[in-house]
Structures are given as C-alpha cells and as structure tokens.
Design a protein around this ligand. Structure first.
Ligand code: MD3
Ligand code: FE
Length: 213
C-alpha cells in the first residue's frame, strides 16, 4: 500500500515552527499543474544555470510570474526578464496561483501574493546541496513548495550549516509551506532515485512560490 494510491493517508503536520507539510494536498490538481509547467516551459525552456563558482547545476530551472530567480557567475538574483530570451517570464498559470494562495492560507498565512515562481526539474541523480534562500527581500512571507513526479528526500537543517538535519520524504502532490522563524534555515535535496511517474515521467519537478518584494 503506497501513499500514492491512498492520498488521504499522507500526513499533514508541522515540521518546525512556521513550517507545515500538507501531505498529498496538490494531488487532485496535479494534471492542471503539469499542464501549467508544460505551458511555462514552451515559453521559457528548461536550462541548467551556473553557480557563482561556475559549476553547472544538476537540476534544470525555469520561472514564471513577474520575477524569476537566476544564478550565474555574477551571483544569485531575481530578474523581470528571462536572460535567455530577453522577454518577460511567462505569466503564472491560474492553477499555480490558486494552489499557492490556498496552501498558504491553509498553513496560516492568509493573503499570500507570490511575485515569483521557480521551477526545478530533477532527473535521477540530480540534487540540491545544502543552502538557505536569502534572496527574497520580504522576510514575512512564506515559501510554498509543491512536489510533482518522482519522490525525493528533503533535508531540513537549522540556522547554521553545521546544525543537525531532519530528513523528510516528499512525494508527488505534497505541498510544504515554509515560513516563520525557520524560513531562512538550511535545506537541500538528496540525489533523486531513478523511477518512472505516470504523469511526470522520469523526473521530479518542484515549484516554489515566493514573495520577493
Ligand atoms: C526550508 N527547492 O529551490 S523548496 C529551492 O525541492 C529549494 O527543489 C527545494 O530549496 C526543491 O531553493 C524545495 C523548499 C524550501 C524552500 C525554502 C525554505 C524549503 C525551505 C526555506 C527555509 C527552510
Ligand atoms: Fe531552497
């Protein structure tokens, strides 16, 4: 019996002060979300960005909404145009916006109005090393994270890099709302195991909704 077959068995619980896992919360919207991903990618294709140190990231990225997160050898920042095309990032699909706002409200953050959505795509073996998200100027707003496709282990640490970490399995349809005192904690994603997902194929896709300003 997998949680995949029985979404109601996915747990919702508080991971840390201000951080809430809404298990399986996006499952019923997964098709609409995947269609939204495909529409965004048609205008702003997946690309592998470089770290400030010059290494190519193992996950592929894109963005939608007024602002998009980019990384290159000049550092990390939010831009209102896609540097690959010079055009504005694609509009946030309505299904994305509705889900992010509803999830934030469910987790205790009413009035969430994201101005950026970062799309991360992990092929098997891709990972995200331990980091903290500090490029958003609005420290009061949470980040809403939606996982689609292959499962992964999310690593959630403390305020300092050396603090102990907890490991959290994130599956297709899971939503996590990260806010409050742990908003700037260290976190990462372990290398994604190989597999196949009926809707997403051989990938894990993560959407993060952010309020930059
Ligand atoms: C915990 N992405 O894009 S977002 C990222 O699965 C990122 O792709 C993860 O970390 C992924 O930066 C999941 C989860 C997340 C975002 C912000 C946090 C977790 C957080 C801030 C504080 C603590
Ligand atoms: Fe992050």
């Amino acid at each position: 019996m997998t949680a995949e077959l029985f979404p109601e068995t996915r747990q919702s619980h508080r991971i840390a002060p201000g951080a809430v896992l809404l298990g399986g919360w996006a499952q019923s919207e997964a098709r609409a979300l995947k269609a939204g991903v495909d529409a965004v990618i048609a205008s702003a294709p997946w690309r592998h960005m470089r770290t400030p140190g010059g290494r190519s990231m193992s996950m592929a990225n894109s963005n939608c909404g007024p602002l998009g997160w980019v990384s290159d050898t000049d550092g990390y920042r939010y831009l209102c145009a896609d540097p690959e095309s010079g055009r504005a990032w694609p509009t946030m699909p309505a299904a994305f916006w509705r889900l992010a706002v509803a999830a934030a409200e469910e987790a205790g953050y009413p009035g969430f109005a994201p101005d950026a959505c970062l799309l991360n795509r992990y092929a098997p073996g891709a990972r995200l090393s331990l980091h903290c998200d500090q490029d958003e100027h609005n420290a009061a707003a949470p980040i809403v994270s939606v996982s689609l496709g292959l499962p992964a282990i999310f690593v959630f640490g403390g305020a300092r890099r050396k603090d102990p970490c907890q490991r959290i399995a994130l599956e297709h349809g899971d939503v996590v709302v990260w806010g409050g005192p742990t908003r700037f904690n260290y976190h990462g994603v372990l290398p994604v195991p190989d597999g196949h997902h009926p809707l997403v194929g051989r990938y894990r896709i993560n959407l993060t909704f952010r309020k930059v300003y």
